[in-house]
Design a protein. Structure first.
Length: 589
């Protein structure tokens, strides 16, 4: 046995002392340590080292690139998305109700159920119809700043050229007819509505489902813009996932009728904008209609109506118990029951009356009521409360649908004057709705014909005519007001230059027409004592009335300005009265 074998045996023996095992390990390490002849030559080692270093550097670069593109920003993707746009997840494929190439809205009720709920609930239907009628008032081109709509330049201060005025006029006509076909009969053939009907359909779907799609028909040359637009049933539109339809990612929506795919839409052929958007990854792209928030409220409303209806036609509870005391025969009792029930029993045998006969005591009849009458809280106040919630969700005053508010006291919105409550309703409900429609038409329809035009509603905040007239009277002249009303200037230029404000008529006439000189009147300045003589002499003075002989070097206009004391003089008073006698000339209303 060699020394190496002894060292191995000692090192492997668990009974050997630790010092011997340590010495054996050192001996073996010394015996098997490589010598210089066993090492790789230096040049070969250097090449290997360089190769390893380059490999580590390449791995570090690849790792950094992968971390930047995949790990940090897109942990669930192998490569970075090739397209522009949002890079965060907006739709969770694991939670949505995927139906083949499209996904359903994550909600408690379907579109059809929401529509049926509105149809079966009078208060909801009243709210929708009221908003439809309010919006339809704006569906005609505005004239002279009245209620309507207009197509104007995005820069309000921009002065339209003749070509631009013609373009805005044509676009207004385009909206009136929902396209470039202005013949009503031909428009009917194309299934196009007028603008009023279109807005009524749009508002109904938007307030019912928050799904009001607009189909846009492009011209054959898409560069020429849109040829027409149509209101589509919002309950039939389904959105596609990010992969599109059958691999075509340009298709973002489908029309599904009874589970059958009828049409596919791109962003050029369908406008789908919701009023109440959400970032929920389970329903991205779909809106949240007010009806979804009112499911429990409507359920309570319908239950209250059902209870009240059943109280009149299906009530099996009697109003009370009639007890008659006396010795009556069976035939008498049966006859009495028949006659009594025929008198008091309601529709469908409701409120049938039980009769109890007792032979003890004197002959008499006793009535015991059950007190099952409907109280006010079970119906009236409860219905008022539910209606107030519905109107609050829609941003509408209950007075607009002829319903009182929940509060018992008079509010600032009640009374004979409806100005306050209409203004309040516009701010909370009508204005946001019109603003949504305004932005949708501008972004997706008007922009197809040029980015310098926009769609705007007019007359939402009508100016008070009295206040407007009072403001004009303070600053305008007769000719300016006549020009605003499309009239020619006044035949007399001097009258046309007079202000409408009666308080300024006298000073204006003093400035433009100094009072004629009276015989023997002193027109000189204070202390001058100079008498200008007769009227001809005054006319030859060149309008320098009120000047002394020593004021020749001053500005004639400054010298001719009447002083404050002149307005109270006799001559000035005569002219002022003459001006007021022409009130019919200035009173242009």
């Amino acid at each position: 046995m060699t020394a190496r074998d002894d060292a191995r045996s000692v090192l492997a023996s668990p009974d050997a002392p630790a010092s011997e095992r340590f010495d054996a390990q050192a001996e073996l390490q010394k015996a098997y340590r490589p010598v210089a002849s066993d090492l790789i030559p230096a040049p070969d080692v250097q090449r290997a080292i360089h190769f390893i270093e380059r490999s580590y550097q390449e791995q570090a670069l690849l790792k950094a690139q992968a971390r930047r593109d995949n790990i940090l920003r897109f942990p669930d993707r192998v490569t970075a998305p090739p397209k522009r746009g949002v890079q965060s997840m907006v739709l969770d494929d694991m939670q949505i109700q995927l139906q083949g190439d499209y996904y359903e809205r994550s909600a408690a009720m379907t579109f059809d159920q929401l529509r049926a709920m509105v149809e079966q609930t009078p208060v909801l239907k009243s709210v929708v119809l009221t908003r439809q009628r309010q919006v339809q008032r704006f569906c005609a081109p505005s004239e002279d700043g009245g209620i309507g709509f207009e197509i104007r330049h995005v820069d309000r201060k921009h002065q339209l050229s003749p070509d631009e005025e013609q373009a805005t006029s044509l676009l207004g006509k385009f909206f009136q007819n929902c396209g470039w076909e202005f013949n009503p009969r031909k428009r009917k053939v194309l299934k196009r509505d007028n603008f009023s009907t279109f807005c009524a359909k749009y508002v109904a779907d938007s307030l019912t489902m928050d799904s009001a799609p607009i189909e846009t028909e492009m011209k054959r040359n898409k560069d020429l813009g849109i040829d027409g637009f149509y209101a589509i049933d919002g309950s039939t539109i389904r959105l596609c996932t990010e992969d599109g339809y059958q691999g075509d990612d340009e298709i973002f929506a489908l029309q599904v009728v009874q589970g059958r795919i009828c049409n596919a839409y791109t962003h050029d052929t369908l406008i789908y904008e919701v009023r109440n958007p959400t970032t929920d990854v389970r329903r991205y792209g779909y809106g949240q209609g007010e009806t979804e928030l009112l499911i429990k409220v409507v359920t309570g409303f319908l239950n209250a109506m059902t209870l009240n209806n059943s109280y009149f036609d299906m009530n099996s509870l009697p109003k009370g118990l009639l007890q008659i005391v006396g010795d009556y025969g069976e035939e008498d009792l049966e006859g009495f029951k028949r006659i009594w029930n025929s008198w008091v029993r309601g529709i469908n045998n409701a409120w049938s009356l039980p009769v109890l006969a007792a032979r003890d005591g004197d002959s008499k009849a006793t009535w015991t009521p059950f007190n099952v009458e409907q109280n006010e809280m079970m119906f009236a106040r409860w219905m008022t409360f539910l209606t107030s919630i519905i109107c609050a969700i829609y941003g509408m005053s209950p007075d607009e649908i002829n319903f009182e508010s929940f509060t018992a006291g008079k509010s600032s919105l009640s009374g004979s004057d409806t100005t306050e409550k209409l203004a309040e309703s516009k701010d909370k409900g009508l204005r946001p709705l019109l603003s949504h429609m305004e932005n949708t038409f501008t972004d997706y329809i008007v922009s197809a014909f040029g980015e310098k035009y926009c769609f705007r509603w007019v007359g939402l905040d009508p100016e008070d005519e009295e206040k407007t007239w009072e403001a004009k009277k303070l600053v305008m002249t007769v000719d300016e007001l006549r020009a605003e009303q499309g009239l020619q200037p006044h035949p007399d230029p001097q009258i046309g230059a007079l202000p409408i404000n009666p308080a300024l008529i006298g000073p204006a006439m003093q400035l433009n027409h100094p009072p004629p000189q009276q015989p023997g009147q002193d027109f000189g300045g204070q202390g001058s004592g100079q008498d200008f003589g007769d009227e001809d002499t005054a006319e030859s003075a060149g309008g320098q009335f009120g000047q002394g002989q020593g004021d020749d070097g001053q500005d004639p206009e400054a010298q001719g300005a009447p002083q404050e004391r002149e307005f109270g003089g006799a001559a000035g008073g005569a002219d002022f009265g003459k001006a007021l006698s022409a009130s019919a000339v200035y009173g242009l209303r």
